[in-house]
Design a protein around this ligand. Structure first.
Ligand SMILES: NC(=O)C1=CN([C@@H]2O[C@H](COP(=O)(O)OP(=O)(O)OC[C@H]3O[C@@H](n4cnc5c(N)ncnc54)[C@H](O)[C@@H]3O)[C@@H](O)[C@H]2O)C=CC1
Ligand SMILES: O=C([O-])CC(=O)C(=O)O
Length: 353
């Protein structure tokens, strides 16, 4: 390469990326860059990548050595977020996709699709209040997944998770692509919070605490199994009630503290990456990758339920049962199932009607 070619190559890098570059790739082709994006690793798409969760999630996924190609899709601001994140000197190649017309391109060839697209809560709202807007968003995105990457693992973050996961399942069933092993509602933030709050109460290192959280992802459907905490902990009834309430209302705690500026984004991005990383390690064939997730399930009479699952090369390899519950947890389970039943039915009806 002579001096003129080198200067042309550098100035092409300094020009702000235009939408053609963003849509067609990283912009590297135009400057004769030698990077081909062919390094070993997985192809991951984030839908809603320019949002409060999407941005830190995209940044953390760009830092994940298991990711070779990162597609960032949003209906707004995808070019800016993509240009910004693409400057990080980690190995994943980043490409941005803006608007519905680029959705199919964003999804084609993906191994894992993570969906944080949709509106967040404001104080006074329940997660179910988001259904009106987010149900349609998740349906549209799921239709495109069924068409463009039907074998991808799908991690759904958009609320209400108790309904959006059934919505995605119904869309996939309609398209003839539903594989229950591949569809997961992300409930990892409940586990992250439970580990943190238990560690605080017991003066432990949160990294060493493991609290199974089962059921779903809203209010009483979030059921921490404090009798099964590792390392084994003996709680007073007061501690059990305080911890259960704080874990079930952790999302509301953040919504109120943000006072109208949205809900949990940073801790959610952390939790989403923890879960996505577990999915990718499973895909890679690592043994004993076990996390909680809201999945198609036979653990109760409900068609979807969150519990511990083992992740493998095909997605969910095994859904674990709940283990022995104490009386307090059995009562909690009944309340959780009652609410979950309605939320699941609402999602199914939305697609079927
Ligand atoms: N599962 C969980 O534990 C948690 C779930 N959430 C949920 O995650 C969702 C996103 O939250 P935030 O990032 O804070 O919201 P946000 O409003 O900051 O970001 C949402 C992003 O989605 C994009 N978007 C909207 N419609 C879209 C479409 N049709 N296709 C692609 N992108 C679209 C928006 O442009 C925006 O960039 C909310 O529904 C929230 O309730 C939030 C925290 C925890
Ligand atoms: O509470 C919300 O609306 C967001 C969420 O799901 C959480 O933080 O757990």
């Amino acid at each position: 390469m002579d001096a003129n070619q080198r200067i042309a190559r550098i100035s092409a890098h300094l020009n702000p990326p235009n939408l053609d570059q963003i849509g067609s790739g990283s912009g590297l082709e135009g400057v004769g860059c030698r990077a081909k994006g062919g390094s070993p690793g997985f192809k991951v798409a984030i839908l809603g990548a320019a949002g409060g969760i999407g941005q830190p999630l995209a940044m953390l996924m760009k830092m994940n050595p298991l990711v070779s190609l990162l597609h960032l899709y949003d209906v707004a601001n995808a070019p800016g977020v993509t240009a910004d994140i693409s400057h990080m000197d980690t190995s994943a190649i980043v490409r941005g996709f803006l608007g519905q017309s680029q959705l199919e391109e964003a999804l084609t060839g993906m191994d894992l699709v993570i969906i944080p697209a949709g509106v967040p809560r404001k104080p006074g709202m329940t997660r179910d209040d988001l259904f009106k807007i987010n149900a349609g968003i998740v349906r549209t995105l799921s239709e495109a997944i069924a068409k463009c990457c039907p074998k991808a693992i799908v991690n759904i973050i958009s609320n209400p998770v108790n309904s959006t996961v059934p919505i995605a399942a119904e869309v996939f069933k309609k398209a003839g692509t539903f594989d229950p092993k591949k569809l997961m509602g992300v409930t990892m933030l409940d586990v992250v919070r439970a580990n943190t709050f238990v560690a605080e109460v017991m003066s432990l290192d949160p990294r060493e605490v493991d609290v199974p959280v089962v059921g779903g992802h809203a209010g009483v459907t979030i059921l921490p199994l404090l009798s099964q905490v590792k390392p084994p902990c003996s709680f007073t009834q007061n501690e059990i009630e305080y911890l259960t309430d704080r874990i079930q209302n952790g999302g509301t705690e953040v919504v109120e503290a943000k006072a109208g500026a949205g809900s949990a984004t940073l801790s959610m991005a952390y939790a989403a990456v923890k879960f996505a990383d577990a999915c990718l390690k499973g895909l890679r064939g690592d043994a004993n990758i076990v996390e909680c997730a809201f999945v198609a399930s036979h653990v109760t009479e409900l068609p979807f339920f969150a519990s511990k699952v083992r992740l493998g090369r095909c997605g969910v390899d095994e859904v674990y049962g709940l283990g022995p519950l104490n009386e307090y947890e059995r009562m909690g389970l009944e309340k959780a199932k009652k609410e979950l039943e309605g939320s699941i039915a609402k999602g199914v009806t939305f697609v079927k009607k």
